[in-house]
Structure formats: C-alpha cells, structure tokens
Design a protein around this ligand. Structure first.
Ligand code: ADP
Ligand code: MG
Length: 507
C-alpha cells in the first residue's frame, strides 16, 4: 500500500497517544504511542509481560487506561467501553478463539446481529468470495482446526465492518501450512485497506508479512518504524535489556552429572515437534525455554500418553515408556502439570480434598481404586499446610480459588504420586507475585527431595531463576543448550526467538 507512508493524522485508522496504565503499583504501560494506517500491518513484538495484551485490551475498551488518548478514524474513544470500540470498527481475534462448539460456522459468525439473517448471510458469502476463502458454513465449530476457528473470528470481525483488526499471536497454535494460509488472509485484508496489528513472538514473521514494526519492552516502545528500515539485529537489540547486564546467578549446580540420567528423550518426534533428544539427571531442573507455540506442550502431552508418538523413545529410570497410556506413565513415575490448569488440571466441580488426592488413586502404594475419606483428609491437610494453600476449608470448590492457589493444588496433586520426574508447563503463568514465590519454593523443595523437573516456561527470568541447565526449543526442535553459567536472559531470549542456532554456535 503506497498511501501508508502518508503520515498526516487524519489518514490514521488508529492513533494511540501517550497511554499509561498501572495495575496497583505495577506500571505496565509507560507512555505508549503508535499509529496505524489503512492497509498497514503493524507487527507488535516483545517478550512475555511487555504489556502487549494490556495495550490491546485498552484499545478494545476492555481495560481502561490511566491517562493518554486513543483515536479511531480521528474520533477520540471513551475510556473502557468495549461496545464503542466495536462500533468504531476495532476488532480483536483472541489468541484462543471463543466459538460455540455446538453451533455451525454460520451461526457462530452471525450471532449477536439484529439485521435480517438472509441479508447477513449474503454479505458473508460475498466477503468470503472476495477474499477467496473457503469454509463450509454448515460445519460444526467443534470440527474446526484452530486456523479455521481463527478464520471464523476474522469473518466475525469483518461482518462488523472492522477497519482495525488485532491478531494476538495468531500463529502460536498453527501448523506450518496453516500459517501460510493465515498469511494469505492477512495479505487479502491488507489489500482491502484494513489496518492490522499483528502480535507475534516470531521475528521471521515480521519480515514476511508486516509493513511496520514496534517492539515493546517493559511497557515502553523501544523501536518502531517501517520494517524495511531494520535488520534482524536491530530488532534483537530492541528486544534485549539495554544494559545487557546479566543477572548473576548461583553458577554452581548441585547436580551430580556422573550419575545416569533419570529421564531421557531419544530422537523423540510427534505432532508439533521433531527429533528431540535430551537428558534430565537426578534432582536436576532442566529449563525448556522457547516462545508460546514452540512445540513444548505438544511434546509434554505426547510423553504423557495424550498424543501419538511419531518416532524415537522416552526412557524413565532405564525403562522404555514410549507410547504408554497416561495411567501407566504416571505409574512408571512421571507426572505432568499442564499449562492450562483450568481445562486440564483441575476438575472444577470437585472440592479441594478430592483434587489433591485424585492423583493418588493411580499410586499403587495407596491402593488403586479406593481411598478412604479419612486418609484423603490427612493427605490434603498436609499439602494445604506445606504449600500455604489458602482455603476456607477442605470442602471449598477448587474453581473458586485464586489462580496461584489452584496451581499449588495441581502441583500438590502431582506429587502425591511420588514421581521421579515432573513436567511443569508454565507453572506460574497468570498468577500473582506472592503465589509465584510459593510455587518456586515448592519446586525447590521437590528438587531437594530428589525429584527431577522438566520446566517448560516462556518466562526467561523464571528459567534463569530455577534451572540447573537449559535448552531452547524453536519451531519444534532443540536449537540450543546452555550450561548453568550460560543460562541468562540474553542467551535464552536469542535462542527462543531462533536467533542462535546450533550450527552457528559450532562455527
Ligand atoms: P504481554 O501480552 O506483552 O505478554 P501483558 O500485557 O499480558 O504482557 O502483561 C504486562 C504486565 O501486566 C504483566 O506484568 C502482567 O502481570 C500485568 N497484568 C496484565 N493484566 C493484568 C491484570 N488484569 N491485573 C494485574 N496485572 C496484570
Ligand atoms: Mg500477551
């Protein structure tokens, strides 16, 4: 789009001026300004916690800002009114699409309009034809891939005549082919003059589809301008802390590397990850760095018997446990605390006691099928005390606990199976600082008891803080390994963004 270079304020679809936002004492946005013109694809990049999602939620009117202004099409928006943002044509496709699974594609797109259905349907079909998109309107949403669900979300936005479309890390859950078709969609939308804010973790994507780029770090924009003005190295500089001073960490690891590893992956492959080899030693915390979507969760789920193994082996304590059913994997001594504890980890309807002890049911020492209520109470109380889980009583429903306390319960539950290795997937995502401290001490406690830990985290600070050693996964493959003394934020960030590769290291 040639006209995107025009910089007069009137031509802007969206203009954010000097926006500040704090949550309590945490200053999350410190004077953000950015513009978006028709046909512009602005890549917004930055590490976890930089403030990207907060800024988008403010633009969407979901959060209110403390000061600053937001203009859409030259009109200033009232603070904190989602309906107004929609009416002005700003639409966000969330990272996890929110469709009604039992409704059809058409019903999902057309829900919530008060215009005649036939008219809407005509407009929808016309739009899809114009864009050359094909998706059967009568399909059930539950049968759609994530990529297709995103298309449905985008169509929802287009029917609302969105002029500004926000895509929050749209490719993090997509396969390679799906990414290609999403890029084509973005190109189509761009040619129709829609402005797009494209949040991503992947630097390569910036050069592939964006016209402009902005890097956010710690609530400020550290670099912005046309993509053609920058090299990859420029972008990396914007991502890394300015003083580049690496936090001194305890460099001596207590792990005895002369012992045989307790856990090993040999050329392990599955959906979303390829040819992964790694070892975890007794009492070791191995950090697995990477960005969301790097393939780590898929790998963990496959180890845990939830997905198909496509190649290689999983060895636990000398035993080959490749492809075993989940219950047998747990029995063998491996447990997994999933990232999405709301969906996978907790049975919301159960109370605290049931939750902490449900994993015991598969512990052979405790009897497989039956646990009496008294025993269950005792075990639960021990975990509640050990982990400072704040509950009003053992009967409190887990769903009503805070995120941090839910997480402590899930980790507690996994421990009750006396595992040799625990895989923790993003153990502190979305929980507050105090609870995070508690979770860290639980992890240390575990390690001190000789349990080995595979720590999946997209929070580089967390990996630096906890790991004895770290590896990085990039696009489903191991691309780097760091000994304790090299586990620092710079190294991990560069590796997670795919900027250091094994070959380059060797060269
Ligand atoms: P990003 O999307 O770049 O990863 P976020 O905008 O999600 O970053 O988060 C930026 C900071 O704001 C983080 O420190 C996060 O903990 C904090 N934060 C985000 N949402 C809330 C909230 N609703 N309440 C309190 N703190 C929040
Ligand atoms: Mg975010």
């Amino acid at each position: 789009m040639e006209n995107m270079t025009a910089s007069s304020g009137v031509e802007k679809l969206l203009s954010v001026r000097n926006v500040y936002k704090s949550f309590g004492l945490n200053a999350v946005l410190k004077g953000i300004s950015l513009d978006l013109a028709p046909g512009e694809v602005l890549a917004l990049i930055g590490g976890n916690g930089a403030g990207k999602s907060t800024l988008m939620k403010i633009i969407m009117g979901i959060y209110s800002h403390d000061s600053g202004e937001i203009f859409v099409d030259g009109k200033e928006m009232t603070v904190g009114k989602p309906a107004e943002a929609l009416a002005h044509g700003v639409y966000m496709v969330p990272q996890e699409p929110l469709l009604f699974p039992n409704m059809t594609v058409e019903e999902n797109i057309l829900i919530g309009f008060d215009r005649p259905r036939a008219e809407l349907r005509r407009e929808l079909v016309e739009r899809m034809d114009n864009l050359g998109w094909h998706i059967a309107l009568e399909r059930k949403a539950s049968s759609l891939s994530i990529a297709e669900q995103q298309l449905v979300e985008i169509l929802r936005g287009l029917l609302r005549h969105a002029k500004v479309l926000i895509l929050d890390e749209p490719t993090s859950a997509l396969t390679f082919k799906e990414v290609e078709s999403l890029f084509k969609c973005v190109e189509d939308l761009k040619s129709q003059g829609i402005g797009i804010i494209y949040i991503t973790h992947r630097l390569n994507e910036v050069f592939e589809i964006a016209t402009t780029v902005a890097i956010m770090r710690d609530g400020v924009i550290t670099l912005d301008g046309p993509v053609s003005d920058f090299t990859r190295d420029d972008l990396v500089c914007g991502l890394l802390p300015t003083d580049s001073c690496q936090r001194k960490t305890q460099v001596v690891s207590k792990v005895d590397y002369s012992k045989p590893p307790v856990f090993e992956l040999r050329n392990f492959s599955g959906y979303g990850f390829t040819d992964i080899s790694l070892k975890v030693y007794p009492g070791e915390i191995l950090g697995l760095a990477g960005v969301v979507g790097a393939g780590r969760t898929e790998m963990a789920m496959t180890i845990f018997g939830r997905d198909k193994v496509l190649g290689g082996n999983v060895i636990l304590d000398g035993k080959d446990i490749t492809g075993l059913k989940t219950a047998d994997v747990i029995k063998a001594g491996l447990n997994y605390v999933p990232e999405d504890r709301h969906a996978d980890g907790l049975f919301k309807i159960s109370d605290v006691a049931c939750n902490t002890t449900s994993a015991l049911l598969s512990n052979p020492k405790m009897g497989r099928f039956f646990l009496n209520r008294k025993e269950e109470k005792k075990v639960t109380q021990q975990y509640v005390d050990d982990f400072r889980i704040k509950v009003t009583g053992q009967d409190q429903l887990t769903g009503s606990l805070s995120g941090g306390n839910q997480q402590k319960i899930v980790i507690g539950r996994s421990l009750s199976t006396a595992p040799k290795l625990v895989i923790l997937d993003e153990p502190t995502r979305g929980i507050d600082a105090a609870a995070r401290g508690d979770v860290y001490s639980i992890i240390h406690q575990l390690r001190d008891q000789g349990v080995s830990i595979l720590l999946i985290s997209s929070d580089m600070e967390e990996i630096v803080e906890l790991s004895d050693r770290a590896m990085s996964i990039y696009l489903g493959r191991v691309n780097c390994e760091f000994a304790k003394e090299d586990v620092n934020q710079d190294n991990l960030t560069s590796a997670a963004f795919g900027l250091i590769r094994k070959e380059e290291e060797k060269a």
